[in-house]
Design a protein around this ligand. Structure first.
Ligand SMILES: *Cc1c(COP(=O)(O)O)cnc(C)c1O
Length: 334
């Protein structure tokens, strides 16, 4: 498997650190908890979309695009990283925001990622109601731009297609290499899963290299069955895109859980608030309220339920997003 065959530009500060979390490990009484710091990818406060954008923006440049279009929730980390990437390569960026979270306050609507979108020159073209067909809206916008003589490149929500997923195939290789250098046997990988590119890429990368490392996705939105089905679809498309033999990955390699979503996407849960506070106070690490906070809440609950053996090594992928905390101040600021 040769990732070098696919166009890629450098946007991130890579490799990101793979670190032990001694205090959280002690506090929970094992297993050994490690963290892959993909919140430190460096692109305008970083996050997991940076790795995907290295491949997506390379393709956009190859196609002669002058504008990146993407979409996300109002506090989208993906939109913010896309705007930053556009700024870096001298393109324009136009984003569509879906008002997916109800009962939002002014800080949610204006602070955090939204502030940074504006700061970096991203144009928020529209804020659309929850449930809008965002892909269709992006296609419409792209057509309008083409009619005006522009060359737009449409990036799907979360950057999750086979091109974007290559970023996490690459992360899997990077992490295995680091673990080897550290003499670390990884027994489990756990992370928050949403638009599926992260999980699909990790599963393909870890499986196609025969590492035997299982990936566990903690869903932040869709029910378990739907999330697994969506990840599986992207796994198959990525295997195909990379020219790997069909059957390189099996359906049973895709495991997700939707027990920590709570009332819905972007709606705080007690577990999320506990996880954000624990990591902040005991490790000095900032999680986010929408993704990594719920992912970590899932990991903590699994540890407490005895899901892992005490001597196992578990890696949590920190997918970033702490900028979103500013949009959720009222849930933390007491
Ligand atoms: C987008 C995002 C995720 C989810 O990754 P997907 O590839 O969309 O599944 C997790 N954490 C953060 C902080 C994100 O912004």
């Amino acid at each position: 498997m040769q990732l070098a065959a696919f166009p890629r530009i450098r946007l991130g500060h890579l490799p990101t650190p793979l670190e032990f979390m001694p205090n959280l490990t002690k506090l929970l009484g094992g297993p050994n908890l490690y963290i892959k710091r993909d919140d430190c990818t460096g692109l305008a406060t970083g996050g997991n979309k940076t790795r995907k954008l290295e491949f997506l923006v390379a393709q956009a440049l190859d196609q002669g695009a002058d504008t990146l279009i993407t979409q996300g929730a109002v506090q989208s980390n993906h939109a913010r990283q896309t705007v930053a990437a556009a700024a870096r390569v001298g393109m324009q960026s136009k984003i569509l925001l879906e008002q997916r979270v109800q009962d939002a306050d002014e800080e949610y609507d204006q602070s955090g990622n939204v502030m940074l979108d504006h700061l970096m020159g991203g144009e928020v073209v529209a804020r659309l109601p929850a449930g809008t067909d965002m892909q269709a809206e992006m296609e419409k916008l792209a057509q309008t731009l083409r009619d005006a003589g522009r060359k737009p490149y449409v990036i799907p929500g979360g950057g999750s297609n086979p091109v974007g997923a290559l970023g996490y195939v690459s992360c899997a290789h990077e992490m295995l290499h680091q673990a080897y250098d550290m003499n670390l046997r990884i027994d489990h990988v756990v992370h928050a899963t949403g638009s599926t590119g992260t999980q699909a890429g990790l599963v393909v990368g870890l499986r196609a290299s025969n590492s035997g490392v299982p990936v566990y996705g903690v869903s932040v939105r869709a029910p378990k069955e739907k999330q697994e089905e969506n990840v599986w679809k992207l796994v198959q498309a990525t295997v195909d895109y990379m020219g790997l033999p069909a059957g390189s990955v099996e359906r049973s390699d895709v495991v997700a859980n939707s027990d920590y979503v709570g009332e819905g996407y972007g709606v705080p849960t007690e577990g999320m608030i506990e996880a954000v506070n624990l990591l902040a106070r005991h490790e000095g690490i900032l999680l986010d309220p929408v993704y990594s906070g719920k992912g970590m809440a899932g990991l903590i609950a699994l540890v407490r339920a005895g899901h892992f053996k005490k001597d196992e090594n578990v890696v949590f992928i920190h997918t970033g997003g702490a900028v979103g905390l500013y949009g959720y101040r009222r849930f933390f600021h007491k």
